[in-house]
Design a protein around this ligand. Structure first.
Ligand SMILES: [Zn+2]
Length: 110
């Protein structure tokens, strides 16, 4: 235990080492802690964190499971900086930025 260990109280968060869509449109994330997550497209779309889907001032979700159409698929994604991806969905929605932190939170949801 040196001084540096004391200055870094938090363990580094797991980060994706690889992510992409499979044939069914699931987002598959491989993490640097050895885990792998698979997010179903409609489920993930219904958890879009953008200001159109979640009211900024209240934090209430406006677009969720009930509003997202069946069969919505990802059309593409772009990396945003070194911490997030932005997904273009087949329902023309593309403002959602999914950060590593957010995906990590979703990873632990059932
Ligand atoms: Zn959104």
């Amino acid at each position: 235990m040196g001084l540096l260990d004391k200055l870094k109280p938090h363990k580094p968060q797991p980060k994706p080492i690889d992510l992409g869509f499979d044939g069914e449109g699931n987002l598959v994330v491989r993490w640097d802690d050895g885990k792998e997550s698979k997010f179903a497209p409609r489920w993930l779309r219904a958890r879009c964190p953008c200001a159109e889907c979640v009211e900024e001032w209240s934090g209430n979700r406006v677009v969720g499971d009930a509003q997202v159409a069946e069969g919505v698929k990802p059309r593409g994604m772009q990396q945003v900086g070194r911490y997030a991806i932005q997904i273009q969905w087949s329902d023309q929605h593309s403002t959602g930025i999914y950060s590593w932190d957010y995906l990590l939170k979703l990873r632990d949801e059932p």
